[in-house]
Design a protein around this ligand. Structure first.
Ligand code: SF4
Ligand code: MSK
Length: 652
């Protein structure tokens, strides 16, 4: 039984977009529970949990820290308990991104050894460029030989016990110096994760600062390790994204086609589905089943991966996963890993939708499991597509309502693509962007990333902040569900958002033909934001470290442990991060002070919590202006020709 009205909130209070509002209303009529109604039944969420003050690390507890009982049974105080809980969150997020990346590295190794099961090296240029970054010999060698060396090197990034990650060397030299000085150079990803779990078990690390420094070290193993490797290997295997037109929101589902929605994060299966869906055999199979064809659409970051490489349309972001099923028009939802709600089979039971899990590490009660065999990717993809087509006959037209909402969008702005857009084939570089920032036409760059969360109105904060920032001549880079929020709003085409952009930003965007809001990928691709900031440093004229660039990160409506890890690696990289709601650290003043103030002195960036989009916009602009002031470019300057010394600006 639905509880949509228990909190007194109407569907229009839950989401910004008409499609979501209409389907939340339909959920009420169909008596189907969603995360929105369950948010109401969870109304009084645990205040100890929110403050990070509940410890269940050993079985003398669980202990709750209060003014009357300021220490757990073992003697742990609020600082220790809060810091330990926090480090475990960062570890969870790092593990998620990194396991995703490891999976792709193993696929690359299989491809290199000749048993790639239909996968191959799609982007030779990316392979050879990446090999050169890591000083892997590539000239005169076959793609397979280079790929094997690279895959083995990447596997070493997970297992290295004593040596720091090689991927850290992709950062500016000055930043590496900061990490060395603060003692947070991470060794192998796996070692960092194991060490974090060891440190936080009962009776080990009790010093909150020591615990938090390891949180930053672990997060670097994510952003400058697992996540960065994940993006690089994806580009090699599936192609480096280039701008591509597509559409977003539930209106992408077809009335007369078989609708298959892929959801999760890993691109291996979804990429194969995106290719196989065009196989004449599948098209004929769909026709024979009485459908006009097959519509493949995506949700969350799996969506972003195949959107950027194949132009596959987006059905929605995180909070629309249940809503897609409630349209009654989805034959199959294929899930892999991360952000897939365990409620999906229960929602699907009210319709004809089949939920299919595909990763052996991620099963859900009520979902059918079709283990994805990477050694026969095309075969697995075909079996999944045919099963979905077989289900078309079970669609009940009386239960179907597909909202019209569908906005056009352009995505696929990898760092390479941005360079090309800015400078053209022969002069691809970030120079025009740096010059525009120096001249004040662009005030700075803000990366808006992360999820949505039923605690607040879906996409509202993200979209309001985005609009305000582009008005103020800030170039906005986006990933994950936040990027999809802009797509659903219709703001990801060069023609649309430009009408809100300030004059300087508009001039630059019109000159190079880019939108003022750039969709840069999935949540693993937040590493692309660090890559872009590094390119700005290397181009010269805006300081010799990431902390000097007028750049800020924002996670407005975040919900995942992965967002906690991402925030940490941005701050450890010297980039200030604005959060739309705080971490679970409010139970310790010392931890809060460390995270929100002391990190600035250690890394050059810190966390800021802003409850509203308006407040966040003001804070972002102040942070950008502070950086501009330090660089001496806060006055609108005449265009300055830079000499070679200026241009180098970096020790990379
Ligand atoms: Fe309680 Fe200490 Fe055990 Fe935590 S580790 S549950 S604070 S006794
Ligand atoms: S999917 S981590 S809800 S961005 Fe990457 Fe979206 Fe957040 Fe999942």
């Amino acid at each position: 039984m639905t509880t949509e009205t228990k909190s007194g909130k109407s569907p229009a209070d839950r989401a910004m977009d008409e499609a979501s509002i209409a389907i939340i209303e339909k959920a009420g009529r169909d008596c189907v529970d969603t995360c929105f109604s369950r948010m109401d039944t969870q109304a009084n969420q645990c205040t100890f949990g929110k403050k990070g003050l509940c410890c269940r690390i050993c079985h003398m507890g669980p202990c709750r820290i209060t003014p009357k009982s300021p220490r757990g049974v073992c003697g742990a105080d609020a600082d220790t308990v809060v810091a330990r809980n926090y480090l475990r969150e960062v570890t969870g997020g790092t593990a998620a991104h990194s396991d995703h990346a490891r999976h792709l590295v193993l696929l690359l190794k299989n491809v290199a050894q000749g048993h790639g099961g239909g996968y191959g090296i799609k982007d030779e240029k990316a392979l050879r460029y990446t090999a050169r970054l890591y000083k892997v010999e590539e000239a005169g060698r076959t793609n397979e030989a280079v790929a094997l060396d690279l895959a083995n090197l990447f596997l070493g990034e997970f297992t290295s016990q004593e040596d720091p990650l090689k991927t850290l060397k992709l950062a500016p030299a000055k930043r590496i110096g900061v990490w060395e000085k603060q003692g947070i150079m991470p060794m192998g990803v796996d070692r960092m994760i194991v060490e974090a779990m060891h440190r936080t078990t009962m009776g080990v690390d009790h010093d909150y600062k020591n615990l938090l420094l390891h949180a930053f070290r672990t997060s670097l193993a994510d952003g400058w390790g697992g996540a960065r490797i994940g993006s690089m290997v994806s580009d090699i295997l599936f192609g480096t994204p280039t701008p591509v037109r597509s559409a977003a929101n539930l209106g992408v589902l077809g009335e007369k086609t078989v609708n298959i929605v892929v959801h999760g994060h890993e691109p291996a299966l979804s990429d194969m589905l995106a290719v196989t869906v065009n196989d004449p055999e599948i098209k004929a199979y769909a026709k024979a089943a009485g459908a006009e064809g097959v519509t493949l659409a995506g949700l969350c970051c799996t969506a972003n991966e195949i959107l950027m490489r194949h132009g596959v349309p987006i059905a929605g972001n995180f909070l629309q996963q249940e809503l897609a099923i409630i349209t009654g028009a989805v034959e199959m939802m294929v899930v892999d890993v991360q952000c897939c709600m365990p409620s999906l089979p229960e929602v699907a039971a009210a319709y004809h939708t089949e939920v299919i899990s595909t990763a052996d590490i991620a099963k859900t009660v009520g979902a059918a499991h079709m283990s994805f065999d990477e050694h026969d990717g095309a075969g697995s993809a075909k079996a999944i597509l045919k099963r979905a087509i077989d289900n078309f006959k079970n669609r009940d037209p009386k239960k179907v309502f597909i909202p019209k909402a569908k906005e056009q969008m352009v995505a696929g702005f990898s760092v390479d693509a941005i360079k090309y857009m800015l400078g053209g084939t022969y002069r691809a570089s970030f120079r025009p962007l740096n010059d525009a920032i120096i001249a004040g036409r662009i005030r700075g760059v803000v990366g808006i990333v992360g999820c949505n969360n039923p605690k607040s109105k879906t996409d509202e904060y993200t979209n309001e902040l985005t609009k305000e920032l582009i008005k103020q001549n800030v170039l906005v880079l986006k990933t994950g569900c936040s990027a999809i929020a802009s797509g659903k709003r219709g703001w990801l085409t060069p023609e649309t958002a430009i009408q809100f952009a300030g004059p300087g930003l508009r001039e630059v965007c019109e000159a190079v033909g880019i939108p003022p809001i750039l969709h840069m990928g999935s949540c693993v691709d937040n590493s692309r934001l660090l890559e872009a900031t590094t390119e700005i440093v290397m181009e010269g004229g805006l300081g010799d470290d990431l902390s000097m660039v007028p750049a800020v990160g924002v996670a407005p409506e975040w919900m995942s442990e992965k967002a906690v890890a991402i925030g940490c690696y941005f701050v450890a990289s010297g980039v200030d991060v604005v959060l739309g709601h705080p971490f679970y650290i409010g139970g310790s003043d010392n931890v809060t002070k460390f995270m929100n103030e002391e990190t600035k002195g250690l890394f050059g960036g810190s966390f800021h919590v802003c409850d509203t989009a308006k407040e966040a916009a003001v804070r972002c602009l102040a942070l950008l202006d502070e950086k501009r002031e330090k660089l001496g470019i806060n006055q609108k300057a005449e265009r300055k020709l830079l000499d070679m010394k200026d241009r180098r600006g970096s020790n990379v």
